[in-house]
Design a protein around this ligand. Sequence first.
Ligand code: PNS
Length: 162
Amino acid sequence: MSRAIYPGSFDPVTLGHLDIIKRSAEMFDELIVGVLVNTAKSPLFSLEERVNMLENVVSDIPNVRVVGFEGLLVDFARQNDIKVIVRGLRAVTDFEYELQIAQSNRKVAPDIDTVFLTTNIEYSYLSSSIVKEYASFGVDVKDFVPEHVREMLCERYEIENA
Ligand code: PNS
């Protein structure tokens, strides 16, 4: 059985993330969406909230499971017999950071590979940070995130849910 993990902060999950989830779910028997703590970021949504959001958003994809955890990604992968890490690349600006993480992970866990999927061009400009910035100023983010996430953002920023 082929099993892969798509890890990220998902604070919040965007349509760009969802596109990567759908495409990688077709490539593997099971895709685990790993909701992780990125120590370089302070999230708007708690780990539990992010897991709940993702579960709602992927509920119609049968071979996708959402798991939240703190700790090293490669440790979790090993414990769960996962050999592939999936990451999305939006533009060349992502590449240096992604390469550094992939090479580091490979150094400490040579049995685990990272594969990159190029983001759908439609979402190549999109990031969770941009979504939060727009939402915080009351801009409707319906073109950027699933409806459930839009509602959560409106609630968090106390915006009337139009
Ligand atoms: O969505 P992000 O914030 O770019 O995802 C980065 C993430 C969460 C995948 C990365 O920070 C991570 O793997 N964190 C878990 C801890 C870990 O394994 N660190 C070593 C590689 S940086």
